[in-house]
Design a protein around this ligand. Structure first.
Ligand code: MYA
Ligand code: JJ1
Length: 388
């Protein structure tokens, strides 16, 4: 049933529940000298290109390809619209490899028609810290779908990752392939209910009027937690310590050092926002919350073209109740004109979703590991990992 994925070192559906199989890598690394030297073959009209994301022209080409062809919801009403600044941030973390930003061009027109990337990361699975590749932005132009281009691209990126002596990867997708380690649900908190209803993102509830709905989702003007402020560069060591300690409780989580925290969590305008609570007495950093900015294009609406969405990222509470912390995050997002605040049911998020008036969405996100077996699917709350 999965012509490609059945040939790959990933957990297979038929192995589900087979407790005799060990957890850990499925295939041992091969000697680097055995890794294929030449790129995989593409159909004759196409050629490989390495996308230099520093270059404005190339970055614009990638942006345009994704904005017109990347992920949509099941009714094709919305499509992710990652900004150029976001792409640059997501694709250039500490130690990134340019050779992993792979494009496919049509030879004749030189048009960019497909893209796949990876960035390096250290991820812990239970007690095992492994070097991984985090994978995103697999995209094939709508006109070239179903021609088995995706498997060639996945094999090519895998080859280039192997050349760096890395043998595992983590990725998420909206589709089910062999075999999810966990399946999460998206939840949505309306911040601008009128616009969300106008564009078909949400519906007026039964026995609800617009004015009652607006009132239901109303938020205070300013945050309530004392000592709540934006994260700054000087906070990197304290935030790293806080996060490291907090993420230990999850079965799968990133292993962040200070450089990673500086890159992935220091605020970057219109890309990532991070706030923390500094105790007014001891000046200790006790809590942390963050979200990233990922707008969606609104397809076919006469009045609106962009939905401004915030996505819950990493949150840590040690003193401030998580629910209060997240309510402050909602207040900040509302103040900054976001239309909706989205979250997955990962980590401890279930503890505040209903209380803070998030509602379940119609989308799921499946988490995967490449060349790493885990025996039994995890509950979303065992995941301490958020991929972009
Ligand atoms: S998830 C986001 C994916 N992108 C989109 O959804 C954007 C819109 N869609 C498209 O651009 C195309 O539909 C794509 C497929 C490109 C997705 N992940 O070429 P095909 C399998 C993995 O004829 P197309 C993200 O970015 C499918 O099951 N496999 O199909 C994370 C079938 O295989 P099989 C997928 O529709 C990506 C085969 O491809 C996905 O023209 C992680 C069909 O190929 C998917 N999202 O193109 C990638 N969708 O027959 C894996 C379909 O077996 C990385 N397929 O069922 C693995 C780690 C590699 C590194 C390892 C290092 C050690
Ligand atoms: O955004 C999503 N769904 C929305 C819009 C649905 C439009 C019709 N299909 C949704 N809205 C309801 C909100 C409502 C607000 C008030 C309270 C009750 C709820 O459900 C969904 C997620 O739910 N998004 C998608 O489907 C986009 C694709 C998700 C897969 C992403 C794969 C990414 C891979 C990157 O690694």
């Amino acid at each position: 049933r999965h012509r490609f994925w059945e040939t790959q070192p990933v957990g297979q559906f038929r192995d589900l529940g087979d407790t005799s199989l060990p957890e850990g890598p499925i295939e041992a690394p091969t000697p680097l000298s055995d890794v294929r030297r030449d790129p995989y073959n593409l159909p004759a009209q196409y050629e490989w290109t390495t996308c230099d994301i520093d270059d404005d022209h190339t970055c614009t080409e990638v942006y345009n390809l994704l904005t017109q062809n990347y992920v949509e919801d099941d009714e094709n009403m919305f499509r992710f619209n990652y900004s150029m600044e976001f792409l640059r941030w997501a694709l250039r973390p500490p130690g990134y490899f340019k050779s992993w930003h792979i494009g496919v061009r049509a030879k004749a027109s030189q048009k960019l028609v497909a893209f796949i990337t990876g960035v390096p990361a250290r991820i812990r699975v239970r007690d095992d810290v492994v070097k991984w590749r985090r994978s995103t932005f697999l995209c094939v132009h709508k006109k070239l779908r179903s021609k088995r281009l995706a498997p060639v691209m996945i094999k090519e990126v895998t080859r280039r990752v192997h050349l760096e002596n890395i043998w595992q990867a983590s990725y998420t997708a909206g589709v089910v392939i062999p075999t999810p380690i966990s399946t999460c649900r998206y939840w949505h908190r309306s911040l601008n209910p009128k616009k969300l209803i106008d564009v078909g993102f949400s519906r007026l509830g039964a026995r609800m009027t617009m004015s009652r709905t607006v009132k239901l989702y109303k938020l205070p003007e300013s945050t309530v937690t004392k000592g709540f402020r934006k994260m700054e560069l000087r906070d990197v060591p304290a935030v790293t310590r806080l996060l490291k300690e907090y993420l230990r409780q999850f079965a799968v989580a990133p292993d962040f050092d200070q450089d990673d925290v500086e890159h992935w969590l220091l605020p970057l305008e219109n890309v990532v926002d991070s706030y923390l609570v500094e105790s007014p007495e001891t000046h200790e950093i006790t809590d942390f919350c963050s979200f990233y900015t990922l707008p969606s294009s609104i397809l076919n609406n006469p009045n609106y073209s962009l939905l401004k969405a915030a996505y819950s990222y990493y949150n840590v509470s040690t003193k401030t109740p998580l629910q209060q912390l997240m309510n402050d995050a909602l207040i900040v997002a509302k103040k900054n004109d976001y239309d909706v605040f989205n979250a997955l049911d990962v980590m401890q998020n279930e503890s505040f979703l209903k209380e803070l008036k998030f509602g379940p969405g119609d989308g799921h996100l499946h988490y995967y590991l490449y060349n790493y077996r885990i025996r039994k699917a995890l509950h979303p709350s065992e995941l301490g990992l958020v991929l972009l």
